[in-house]
Design a protein around this ligand. Structure first.
Ligand code: F6P
Length: 488
């Protein structure tokens, strides 16, 4: 309702790299999958509520072969409410724009995870060309000359300016889903000015935290000639005003109470894993990515077991790790390192079938994940750096029983809001081990008290609030612009 009143009939176009539904071919059947992506979790909920068009990269194997490069599909499949418009990329384009510049350049540049960014001119050229292709697709989809365009993430830093050139009256809201580093760190990017100029084509630029927002403003101040109004949080560049704000992203709070209880979920998960039902379980859910602190998490589990031998045989940590960007060498090496570490820890604590670390390096659907969340006494989110991290919020939403403890890295955006979690420095292995043990031995009353307050917070500051705040700011700016146009 809030979204509808903010939009008041405006045309909405979302643009992101990742598509919300992937069609995969399985024998003669086509399976529709949801990707492991915080961006999709959040934006899909908004699109279901307000309809419109979502422009994204068509990535599924079945798309090309069976859906026959169908450019437009009505989604969600079961209850269509908006249009998915796919842009097809050649393997050279995907290699240069997505794997190369976005994920070997910008991703490590913006995350302080001590992986050196790689910048190649060929990748940059593809990044520019693909941004133009998506900008053209947005312009082509637009039915009006002033649509609301929601640009998602670091794959499209140049697109706001490109769309602005074709549709000067558009309201362009760009949300950067990953952290923004300090000016020195960002300054090593050979195309830093072009990226900043591209982003300043936006009407509104959103980051998860005030800290990332401040880093961005300082970066612009360092590298471009602009007028910055710190109080109003605006930047004027090239005759255009951009509002730069922090909008912490969230999840859609589940509407109805779920079909299964925590006990039922435990039974399902324990039978999945071949564990007795009184076994203590910890859970981690991530893409298999070097920013997520999975190695440090396993080391904390190992240290906890060393310090508390009574936990050996009674506790297992289940890591669900969705394979991600696997054609990149950095990711292959990281996956191998995670597997090797899990095997070493398991060999060290070997006792019959007991495994302290259960590594499931595969994609799990949302319903399965809910069972794992409900069955686990503790959820560990130990990212080395993360824009927000929605797994933390999903664990909280799943705990209707008000039990369970969240161990949360201080380097996530989520740590700025979720104070009742056990906040840790993921690089400090002893601290992680202590927090894990504290979580596993925490009295039920304390768990309830903490979980209740976390749940109240996530329920209130949900994804509709995130989108609503951006759209409210956009509506104000649109109104101001209309008045200014009338006066001139
Ligand atoms: O949230 C950051 C993010 O990079 C999103 O942009 C993306 O959808 C998600 O992580 C998963 O990454 P990818 O789309 O590369 O699989």
């Amino acid at each position: 309702q809030l979204l509808h009143s903010e939009l008041a009939g405006d045309e909405v176009i979302v643009v992101s790299n990742r598509e919300p539904y992937i069609h995969e071919k399985n024998g003669n059947r086509i399976e529709v999958k949801r990707p492991a992506s915080g961006l999709v979790t959040a934006v899909e909920a908004v699109m279901r509520a307000c309809s419109g068009t979502w422009v994204a990269h068509g990535s599924g194997s079945a798309d090309r072969m069976v859906v026959d490069r169908c450019d437009r599909v009505a989604v969600p499949p079961a209850n269509p409410s908006y249009t998915l418009r796919r842009v097809w990329l050649s393997s050279e384009e995907e290699q240069g724009y997505y794997y190369g510049f976005a994920n070997e350049g910008l991703w490590p540049l913006c995350h302080i995870a001590h992986v050196r960014p790689v910048f190649r001119s060929e990748d940059w050229n593809q990044y520019v060309a693909v941004n133009q292709r998506f900008a053209d697709a947005v312009v082509k989809e637009a039915r009006t000359d002033d649509p609301v365009v929601l640009v998602q993430d670091y794959h499209f830093a140049l697109l706001p300016r490109m769309v602005r050139q074709a549709l000067p009256r558009a309201t362009i809201i760009t949300f950067w889903h990953i952290p923004w580093p300090n000016p020195e760190s960002f300054g090593i990017c050979p195309w830093r000015e072009q990226i900043l100029e591209g982003m300043l084509g936006s009407t509104i630029l959103g980051f998860h935290t005030p800290f990332h927002r401040r880093n961005f403003i300082e970066t612009v101040d360092r590298y471009l000639e602009t007028r910055i109004e710190a109080e109003a949080s605006t930047i004027s560049y090239d005759g255009k005003l951009t509002l730069v704000e922090a909008y912490p992203i969230s999840i859609a709070w589940p509407e109805s109470t779920t079909a299964s209880t925590a006990e039922e979920s435990r039974a399902i998960v324990c039978s999945d894993l071949g564990l007795p039902e009184d076994h203590l379980i910890g859970i981690g859910v991530d893409r298999l990515d070097y920013t997520k602190g999975i190695v440090e998490r396993f080391q904390a589990v190992e240290r906890m077991l060393e310090r508390h031998p009574d936990m050996v045989g009674r506790f297992s940590f289940v890591q669900i790790a969705a394979p991600s960007r696997s054609s990149l060498e950095e990711y292959q090496q990281f996956a191998a390192r995670v597997r090797k570490l899990a095997a070493r820890i398991n060999a060290r604590c070997a006792n019959g079938a007991y495994q302290p670390i259960v590594l499931k390096a595969e994609h799990h659907d949302h319903d399965r994940l809910l069972h794992y969340y409900r069955a686990s006494q503790v959820c560990m989110v130990t990212s080395l750096h993360d824009g927000m991290n929605l797994v933390a919020k999903e664990y909280i939403a799943a705990r209707e029983d008000e039990q369970g403890v969240l161990v949360l890295s201080q380097f996530t955006g989520a740590a700025r809001e979720l104070h009742e979690a056990l906040i840790v420095n993921p690089y400090h292995i002893e601290q992680g081990a202590d927090a894990l043990h504290r979580a596993l031995t925490m009295p039920r009353d304390e768990q309830r008290e903490r979980m209740r307050s976390l749940r109240a917070l996530v329920r209130e500051f949900n994804v509709y609030r995130w989108a609503g705040r951006m759209l409210l700011d956009a509506a104000r700016l649109r109104q101001r612009e209309r008045i200014a146009t009338r006066i001139h």
